[in-house]
Write a protein that binds this ligand. Structure first.
Ligand code: GLA
Length: 549
């Protein structure tokens, strides 16, 4: 396939092409084949909420951070230690600065001041890990109706966005989760609030030089997958797509007998599937994992990992890391399964077949050409055979190599399919490596060959691809582009006039070109779809061609 792309790329660039300043098509000197551009991966880490609720303090966080290292999770790629609700009880000083309980957050090393959150950040960083913090987009946070303990008000950042996010960055945090309890109570618009927050984060980053990863937690209200990608200019972010899988289970406290529900786990997985929004560093977040918590058996834990990995979900573990069973730890650290989640193409699985209700075939296209992660998912109450056909994966017939993703064991496959017996309410996770079926290449339509004078009149120069044929309702699309700047550029994708998403284009370096992947809904009944990329005249970004499968 690489050769084919190279040939087509050369033919696209060979003629002298009209050039103009904004997004568009320009002739570039270096006619190299586009190379794959890796995109930011879904975050991996731990959060205090599921197992400690509002009881979180420095002792708990230190023990969990140490366990992330000693368990081998850090080595497997987990990096964030995220402090969730309960760290702050709503107090501010006369200048509006957040004030925390010095007993919960004491000095941890000589020369430190109790009540300074940079102490715990330093400790976490000292272990080679990153630190996450939490607030709410409204005035009050979720502590106004707490899971455990007394009510606390004013634990939100509304009215203090600039101040609080700057404070988080100054403390040294690397990640911030922003909840929606207050925003929901005040009937605010999440798209508006989270855009303001993203801008406050960008400002804090510019002032401190410290990056804060943005985690949006509005439980899927107002469809964040439609506005989450690049909200407020964010270069990478995640957004929750549903409510919590389970309320906290805190050993020795009220509700310690709660159990995580397998049914809710599956429904969170379903609600997290929005493949058109998951690309170029933006991810749907079906909630923190409950793997290893009370309520799930070993098979369910393993399926949980498979579901989160195939959907490219953030892997934020909610269990008490000091108490993980060997099998839960093995699930969480299986390198092949983690590689599915962390694949550099950054796409989400798509359901490609459901031959009978509850018998499903999910496929995640991986960065390596011809490679797929496939989940044969049996949601019914009895064992069933489930078949995956190569053609539905976008692979040619022949005998692709099929392996069990967990063990690496080679499995004998047919010329056009593979069938496995899948136990009731369980799944079989596979790697399939074969040959891509040909992709159809489309060059930009002539309409965007704007002249310099038109450039002045029309600040936006959409790049259009006409008569794009749909093979499936969700098409996998490779976008070849150049972005010589060191910063990411962005473009809005419209399909048949409707906005689908915002796509990020990482730098491709001064010369040369790259490609990224998206998945877009196309109208399979239309004689030809129209795809349009537009931006606000972000200089330097050039889209060369798209290839559609
Ligand atoms: C909401 C979020 C949870 C957690 C709690 C804290 O329920 O969805 O992930 O942050 O708030 O109260």
């Amino acid at each position: 396939m690489r050769n084919r792309v190279r040939r087509i790329f050369a033919s696209v660039l060979a003629p002298a092409i009209v050039s103009f300043g904004c997004l568009g098509v320009v002739a570039i000197a270096a006619q190299t084949a586009p190379r794959p551009v890796p995109v930011p991966r879904p975050p991996m880490g731990w959060s205090s909420w599921n197992s400690f609720s509002n009881t979180v303090d420095a002792q708990i966080v230190m023990a969990q951070a140490r366990a992330m290292v000693s368990s081998g999770m850090r080595k497997a790629g987990y990096e964030y230690i995220n402090i969730d609700e309960g760290w702050w009880l709503g107090a501010r000083d006369s200048k509006g600065n957040i004030v925390v309980d010095p007993k919960a957050w004491p000095a941890l090393a000589a020369g430190e001041r109790a009540g300074d959150m940079s102490n715990i950040v330093r400790f976490i960083h000292g272990l080679g890990l990153k630190a996450g913090i939490y607030t709410d987009a409204g005035k009050n946070g979720c502590s106004m109706s707490p899971d455990l303990g007394p009510k606390y008000f004013h634990t939100g950042s509304e009215g203090h966005y600039q101040q609080d996010f700057l404070q988080f960055a100054k403390w040294g945090f690397d990640y911030v989760k922003v909840d929606w309890c207050g925003g929901y109570g005040e009937n605010l618009d999440p798209a508006v609030q989270y855009a303001q927050i993203a801008r406050a984060i960008a400002r804090a980053e510019a002032i401190t030089g410290h990056h804060l990863y943005f985690s949006i937690c509005d439980w899927g209200k107002n469809s964040p997958w439609t506005w989450g990608p690049n909200v407020g200019g964010s270069p990478a972010d995640i957004w929750r797509t549903s409510g919590d899988i389970v309320a906290p289970i805190v050993a020795g406290h009220e509700h310690a007998d709660r159990r995580a529900s397998f049914t809710k786990l599956l429904s969170n997985f379903d609600q997290g599937i929005h493949p058109e929004a998951e690309h170029t560093g933006y991810y749907n977040d079906p909630d923190m994992m409950v793997l290893g918590m009370p309520g799930l058996n070993d098979e369910q834990n393993r399926l949980h990992m498979a579901l989160w990995a195939i959907s490219g979900a953030p892997l934020i573990v909610g269990a008490d890391l000091t108490k993980l069973s060997p099998s839960a730890l093995a699930d969480l650290t299986n390198s092949a399964v983690l590689a599915i989640d962390q694949d550099p193409a950054g796409l989400q699985a798509v359901k490609i077949a459901e031959p009978q209700q509850g018998l499903q075939v999910w496929s995640k296209a991986l960065a390596q050409p011809g490679r797929r992660a496939v989940l044969l998912l049996n949601r019914t109450a009895s064992a069933h055979a489930i078949t995956v056909k190569w053609v539905t994966l976008g692979l040619t017939n022949g005998a692709p190599r099929v392996t069990d993703a967990w063990t690496g064991k080679h499995l004998r496959a047919g010329d056009d399919s593979y069938t496995a017996m899948v136990p009731a309410k369980d799944g079989v996770l596979l790697f399939v490596s074969g040959t891509e079926s040909p992709m159809t290449h489309y060059e930009p339509s002539g309409s965007q060959a704007a002249s310099a004078s038109r450039d002045a009149v029309l600040p936006q120069h959409p790049v259009r691809f006409m008569n794009v044929h749909a093979h499936a309702t969700i098409a996998r699309i490779q976008i070849a582009y150049s972005n010589p700047d060191s910063v990411r550029r962005y473009a809005t994708l419209r399909v048949n006039g409707e906005v689908v998403t915002r796509v990020a284009f990482p730098s491709t370096g001064k010369s040369g070109a790259g490609y990224i992947w998206i998945q877009s809904p196309l109208d399979a009944h239309s004689p030809g779809n129209e795809l349009e990329f537009s931006n606000n005249c972000e200089r330097g970004l050039v889209i060369h061609f798209i290839a559609v499968q």
